[in-house]
Write a protein that binds this ligand. Sequence first.
Ligand code: SF4
Ligand code: SF4
Length: 342
Amino acid sequence: MKKLALKELESLFAAIAAQQTLYLPQDDAAGQAQFAAWKEGAARSRRLNTARSAKDLFFPQVENLAGFKREGKSIEIFETREDVRPFTVFGVRACDARSFEILDKVFLKAPVDTFYASRREMGTVITLACTKPDETCFCRSFGIDPANPAGDVSCWMDEETLYWQANTAKGETLTSELPMLEDGGEEAVKAQQEKLHVILEKLPLAQLDLSKVGAGETEALFNRPEWKSLSESCLGCGTCTFVCPTCQCYDVQEFNTGKTVRRFRCWDSCMYSDFTKMSAGQPRPTQLERFRQRFMHKLVYFPDNNDGQFGCVGCGRCLQKCPIHMNIVKVIKTMGGGDDAK
Ligand code: SF4
Ligand code: SF4
């Protein structure tokens, strides 16, 4: 393990940024934390987590796929793929670090999504352990330890010191290029982890019961009458999907400039009425069906196809952002038979 006095943090960021783009959480004009490229003097956000996750850096909201140009009867296909350079993202929380495991299962399975794969190859993820989790956090329900986050490098921070532990070859390489890091810090990290574990036990969602959802529960859950009351006030706005670190649906669109056609992909949402609409019609014509799809996918279908792993990491963003206060926890509690779906 390595450590660094916090007053030297700027020099660490400068050393990383001298070699590659460094992203870290910074407060935007609306006061929300977002991952943004670090520049000298930029202040790191003190908020627990970013409004949108680090997923955006690996799977951008809009991405060019290819271009087409027609000359007479021939069509030329040209490359529009962005040149992906090495980059580092600092300050990813444990929940969002787990989301990469889920996204990898979707995008890196054959046929590999080469756009995502190139960013995963070029990106180094530095995580930061939590010290003050929010009451909307429930990552522990999915076996995530926010006191011991994954990533190429794991970091912990107290009032005076940054602690740093490389976990992968990428993390080791980066560490070897940062001579300001000194050995030590194990005891302080252990003490911080123990303190956080006590706090986690007291969070309102610490005892969330997942026993009624998960792999193999399709038959038990699909026709439950509660989907009606759960879904009837859903606005179909898609906010929950856009802030979610594990949502990965996208649409492919084309933009005709008159001279060329640009094919791009952009995030889509299973909550939208035209999602996966085909010439034969809309496979999920009602909001109830669309709403059910979103939650069944995360809580049953994804675990069915991925050795029981849930498609949610308990980051709590959908709990904070849904305009009608609907969220995955309410669904889990309702389907668990409890009457405390708050
Ligand atoms: S469903 Fe909600 S809590 Fe779960 S990962 Fe997505 S935004 Fe986070
Ligand atoms: S559950 Fe909430 S955030 Fe998601 S689409 Fe419905 S209203 Fe929007």
